[in-house]
Design a protein around this ligand. Structure first.
Ligand code: PZK
Length: 287
């Protein structure tokens, strides 16, 4: 826990502290959620993998959009960042039909007002990525909204800017990841405004917790895809007959080790940096 810092928020697996008026500390824990439930067993270094990946993408996308990252702490799991005025929408980009996008398409033929061709199968790649904003639900699940509603929430010109920047960030990362054997099926960005009202990318970005990562070798449209990082834990949970309500089950050591290895593998494939080098000096991802 950081010294002399006020706790200002909690995510399911992350904590946020105020360092001073202008700076926050975002700390990624090793907690893992499956089926929306945080499990009692941690995955060692998961928070470091996610923090390192987020820093890696922030460093590589600065020309597309400014971001809130100031520095990575030597612990590898804590990000010092600029305090922003966060926008009240979740900026989701989908390159593939999965999750709530697949559900909405099945029910209506459209996702957030994007009418898609008939006959698409689950996990199909879309001809072009689509921007599918959602509201930040205070409880439960975020709700998909159309672009008219999202534009009401942030204003038309800012809406057009976040939509364009979100698509550009996704295209950049998805192309890079695909060349390294990982499909980023979709991803969620959170933006804020700085003191000069400039658009700044915040939160974590392009991690397996804010995105769906799929192993490209196993990609078979027509059904759900395995998760690059969480599949061992999900498969184990499915063997238990657990009803997916709190409390979640403990994970056995082999499932923990297998899951940790997948997180580290995602980090090393995407960054081309040895994870041990990151542990020795987290700033290596920013070079
Ligand atoms: C901010 N969250 C969500 C994330 C949590 C909560 N740079 C920023 N400036 C101001 N506010 C935020 C950020 C960021 N990032 C993000 N809530 C506020 C959140 C992680 C852990 F507890």
């Amino acid at each position: 826990m950081p010294e002399a810092a006020l706790h200002v928020g909690s995510g399911k697996v992350r904590e946020l502290y105020a360092l001073d008026d202008d700076r926050l500390l975002l700390v990624a824990s090793d907690r893992i959620s499956t089926f929306d439930v945080v499990l009692p067993t941690e995955i060692p270094d998961k928070g470091r993998v996610l923090t390192g990946l987020s820093g890696f993408w922030f460093a590589r996308t600065r020309e597309i959009c400014a971001n809130h990252l100031l520095s990575l702490r030597p612990d590898g799991r804590s990000t010092e960042c600029r305090r922003l005025e966060m926008l009240p929408i979740e900026c989701v980009v989908r390159g593939y039909l999965s999750g709530s996008g697949w559900k909405d398409y099945n029910a209506t033929g459209a996702v957030c007002g994007h009418t898609l061709p008939a006959g698409l199968t689950e996990s199909a790649e879309l001809a072009e990525p689509i921007f599918t904003p959602a509201t930040k639900a205070t409880t439960g699940h975020d709700e998909n909204i159309d672009d008219e509603r999202a534009a009401e929430l942030v204003g038309k010109s800012l809406y057009d800017e976040v939509a364009g920047v979100s698509i550009a960030l996704y295209r950049f990362a998805a192309e890079d990841a695909r060349a390294r054997g990982i499909i980023i099926a979709d991803t969620k960005f959170e933006f804020g405004l700085d003191e000069e009202n400039r658009l700044v990318l915040g939160d974590e970005a392009l991690t397996p917790d804010s995105s769906r990562f799929w192993p490209a070798d196993d990609y078979r449209p027509g059904g759900a895809q395995p998760s690059f990082d969480k599949q061992y834990a999900r498969d184990y949970c499915e063997t238990l007959g657990w009803d997916k309500t709190e409390p979640g089950p403990e994970l056995p050591a082999d499932v923990v080790a297998g899951t940790r290895a997948r997180y580290v593998e995602a980090f090393e494939r995407l960054t081309e940096i040895a994870f041990d080098d990151y542990l020795a000096n987290p700033s290596v991802v920013l070079a």
